[in-house]
Design a protein around this ligand. Structure first.
Ligand code: AMP
Length: 630
C-alpha cells in the first residue's frame, strides 16, 4: 500500500465511497470508491486500484482545519451511512467532504476516530448543514451557499453543545496507539444510539426481545454486525434483535413510512403494487435515473390494471409537487394532501395495506451455527434435488427449509467447516444459510425458506405471464447479479449457478442458493466434467477443459442463467447431449442463440459473459452497471 507520507502513522484505513467535491460548477457530482487512510494529522484518500497494489493519492484534509464531523440526512443522497467532514481550505473557504461507509458500524468507528483527533481544534463549529448544496441552495435550510449553518452539531468533544471545549486529558492524540496494520486504536466512549423499529420481530431465541413497528430502542451493544442488544425505551426490557429491522432515529427520514421503498427498482415497485391490486395504491421510491429525486409509482385499474410512475418535482423554493395545484414542503405532507385530493393524478392515493416486506432475519445468533435437531419441527416435503430431500420446517417460530443430505454425497467434515464461513455470508439476494445439524446422520442443512420454490419451476409455471415481460425478467437477472456480485466481493466461487439453484420468495424476490456446495460433493458423476450429473451446459470452456473454476466461470454460468430467464425456463441447447454441447462450445466456439423475445441489448450482455477469454468477461459489478444504464 502507498504510504501516507514520511513518518506518518496509520491509525485507521478502509475503502469507503466519496462524493466528488464538484469544484467546477457544471460537473455532475458522482461517488467513487477510495482507500481512506487516517493519520494523526491528516485524512488522506487514494484511488482504489486494488489490482496493481499501487495507489495514487487523490487528496487530503488536514485534521487541524476540521470544523465539524457529523452524519448526513440519508434522504439527501439516497445512501446509507454517509457522514461529512467540514473543513476550511487554505483560502478560508468552508468545504464539505461527504463519505459513505459500508455499514453503520464502520461509519460510527470513523466518526469516533475523527472526532477524537479533532477534539482540540479551536475552530470547531457548533452548527453545520445536515444537507448538501443542490442548485446553489442548501437542501436542509434552503439558504444560499453562504448562509450560516442551520443545524446544531450533535457532538463537541462530549461537552454540552455550545460550551467551550476544554482540553481533553490525557491528550486525545496521545491515546492513539501506533496503527500500522497490527496497531490498535483505543476505543472511544460510545455515544447514545437510538433506533426505531421498521418491522415487527417476534423473538426467536430466549435472549431476544420482540420489536413492534415504530417503537424506539437504545442500542446497548452493537459489536456483532447483525444482532444488537437493545433496550426498549418504553418498557425498559433488554435483549437481542436483528440490526436490519431497525434504523437510527437520527437518519430515519422517509424510512418510517410503509409507502417508502427506498432504492427499489421500477420493476420491484410494479410487482409490489400489482400484488396489492388496490385502486390508488402507491409507493414512493428513489429515482433510479436521478440521484436526489423521488418517484411516485401508482396503481390504477382504470382502462386496465397498470402502474404509472411520476417524478416528484421541486420548485425554486424547494417545495415538492406532483401537479401545480398542490405544493408542500415535505414529501409526507404532499402524500397526505393527495390522499384527499387527486389534483391531477388519476385517483386519490391509498397507502399499501401490507407494507414493505421485512428483510431476512440474519439467522440464529453468530457462533450458534450448529442447530439442535430437537428445535426443528419438520413439515411437508418441498422437493428433492442433487443432495436429497428438502423439507419445510420451523426452527422455533421461524420458517426454514431443511436439506437432508443423502449420505455419501458430501465430504462431510470439509463441508461442516465451510458451513461456518457460509453462515457469515449475508445478502438480500442470497439464500441465508442458518446452520447445520451435524451431530446425527443424515446431516441437515438449514436455510431460509422461500415460498415460491426454485426459479426454474417458477419461470416454467408462469411462462405465459412472464414471456415478453422484459422489465420483470431483467429485474430477476439483476437480483441474481447482485447476489453474485456480493459473492465475488467475498472471493467466494459458486460453481453451480443455474436457474434451478435460485429460489423465489413470497414477494417475487430472487435469491441465489447452493453456493459453494458443489466443491464438497464426492459423487464422480457430479464432480468430473465427463460425469452425467456435471452441469456441462452452464460450464465455461476453461472448466470443461481444465476444471478451472473462478468468479469468471460463474459469470459464464450467469450468462446461461440469463438465457434461461429470457426463455422462461427452456433447457439450454435443447435436447443436445452433453458430449455434443462440449464439442459445440469447446471445439466450435458456438454459443446459445438469442431467446425469441429477448431484446438485443440483453442478449449482448449474455454474449459478453460467454467470451472465451475469462479475463475479458465483465465482473458481476460491471453487469449491474450495464443493466442500470439500460
Ligand atoms: P435442491 O436440492 O436445492 O435442488 O432443492 C430441491 C427442491 O426443493 C427445489 O427445487 C425447491 O423446490 C425446493 N427447495 C429447496 N430449497 C428451498 C428453500 N430454501 N425454500 C423453499 N423451497 C426450497
Amino acid at each position: 500500500m502507498a504510504g501516507t507520507g514520511k513518518n506518518e502513522e496509520v491509525l485507521k484505513e478502509s475503502f469507503m465511497t466519496k462524493r466528488s467535491q464538484n469544484k467546477r460548477a457544471f460537473t455532475h457530482p458522482n461517488w467513487k470508491e477510495r482507500w481512506f487512510v487516517l493519520s494523526p494529522e491528516n485524512l488522506i484518500y487514494y484511488d482504489g486500484d486494488k489490482q496493481s497494489g499501487r495507489r495514487k493519492e487523490r487528496g487530503r484534509v488536514k485534521l487541524s482545519e476540521v470544523v465539524a464531523v457529523e452524519c448526513v440526512d440519508t434522504e439527501v443522497f439516497h445512501r446509507d451511512w454517509v457522514f461529512q467532514l467540514c473543513y476550511s481550505s487554505e483560502e478560508n473557504e468552508q468545504i464539505v467532504l461527504y463519505i459513505a461507509a459500508a455499514t453503520s458500524q464502520e461509519r460510527d468507528q470513523w466518526l469516533d476516530h475523527l472526532r477524537r483527533l479533532v477534539a482540540q481544534n479551536p475552530c470547531l463549529s457548533d452548527h453545520y448543514h445536515n444537507g448538501c448544496i443542490k442548485g446553489n441552495q442548501w437542501t436542509c435550510c434552503k439558504g444560499g451557499k453562504e448562509v450560516a449553518a442551520c443545524t446544531r452539531v450533535t457532538w463537541t468533544n462530549n461537552n454540552p453543545v455550545g460550551q467551550p471545549t476544554p482540553s481533553p486529558t490525557p491528550d486525545a492524540r496521545s491515546e492513539m496507539m501506533p496503527g500500522t496494520p497490527g496497531g490498535r486504536f483505543k476505543p472511544p466512549e460510545r455515544q447514545r444510539k437510538v433506533v426505531v423499529a421498521l418491522y415487527d420481530y417476534n423473538a426467536i431465541d430466549p435472549g431476544d426481545i420482540p420489536l413492534r413497528k415504530h417503537e424506539e430502542f437504545e442500542v446497548i451493544e452493537d459489536t456483532q454486525e447483525y444482532w444488537w442488544k437493545m433496550k426498549n425505551l418504553q418498557t425498559g426490557v433488554e435483549g437481542f434483535a436483528p440490526s436490519n429491522y431497525v434504523r437510527e432515529k437520527e437518519t430515519i427520514g422517509l424510512h418510517q413510512y410503509d409507502w417508502y421503498l427506498g432504492d427499489a427498482t421500477r420493476q420491484r415497485a410494479e410487482v409490489f403494487l400489482m400484488q396489492q391490486e388496490r385502486e390508488g395504491c402507491f409507493v414512493v421510491r428513489n429515482s433510479t435515473t436521478n440521484s436526489g429525486i423521488y418517484t411516485l409509482s401508482l396503481f390504477s385499474k382504470r382502462s386496465h390494471p397498470q402502474v404509472k410512475h411520476y417524478h416528484i418535482k421541486k420548485d425554486s423554493e424547494g417545495n415538492y409537487y406532483l401537479s401545480h395545484n398542490i405544493k408542500c414542503q415535505t414529501i409526507p405532507d404532499l402524500i397526505f394532501r393527495h390522499q384527499h385530493n387527486p389534483a391531477g393524478l388519476p385517483v386519490r392515493l391509498r397507502p399499501p395495506t401490507h407494507g414493505r416486506h421485512a428483510p431476512t432475519i440474519p439467522g440464529p445468533h453468530p457462533d450458534k451455527w450448529e442447530i439442535d435437531p430437537n428445535e426443528l419441527n419438520l413439515l411437508e416435503e418441498l422437493g428433492s434435488g442433487q443432495f436429497g430431500v428438502v423439507r419445510h420446517g420451523k426452527l422455533r417460530n421461524l420458517d426454514v427449509a431443511v436439506k437432508m443430505m443423502k449420505e455419501g454425497t458430501m465430504s462431510e467434515n470439509d463441508f461442516i467447516e465451510e458451513a461456518q464461513v457460509m453462515t457469515k455470508l449475508r445478502h438480500p439476494n442470497l439464500v441465508q444459510l442458518y446452520g447445520v445439524c451435524s451431530m446425527y446422520r443424515p446431516i441437515y442443512i438449514v436455510t431460509e425458506y422461500l415460498k415460491n420454490g426454485s426459479l426454474l419451476n417458477y419461470l416454467r409455471s408462469k411462462d405465459k405471464v412472464l414471456i415478453n415481460n422484459n422489465e420483470v425478467l431483467l429485474d430477476m437477472c439483476l437480483q441474481v447479479c447482485e447476489g453474485m456480485a456480493y459473492l465475488e466481493r467475498q472471493k467466494f466461487i459458486h460453481r453451480d449457478l443455474a436457474a434451478r439453484n435460485c429460489l423465489v420468495g413470497a414477494h417475487g424476490e430472487i435469491k441465489v442458493g447452493d453456493f459453494g456446495l458443489a466443491r464438497h460433493v464426492v459423487d464422480d458423476e457430479y464432480t468430473g466434467s465427463g460425469g452425467a450429473k456435471f452441469p456441462i451446459k452452464w460450464a465455461a470452456p476453461e472448466v470443461l477443459n481444465f476444471m478451472r473454476f473462478s468468479s469468471k466461470s460463474d459469470v459464464w454460468a450467469y450468462g446461461v442463467l440469463m438465457w434461461e430467464v429470457f426463455s422462461c425456463g427452456k433447457m439450454p441447447y435443447g435436447k443436445a447431449k452433453n458430449t455434443e454441447v462440449v464439442e459445440m462450445v469447446v471445439q466450435k466456439g458456438c454459443v446459445l442463440d438469442k431467446p425469441r423475445f429477448c431484446p438485443d441489448n440483453v442478449y449482448n450482455v449474455m454474449r459478453r459473459c460467454w467470451d472465451r477469454t475469462p479475463e475479458m468477461r465483465p465482473a458481476f459489478n460491471d453487469i449491474i452497471r450495464i443493466f442500470q444504464d439500460e
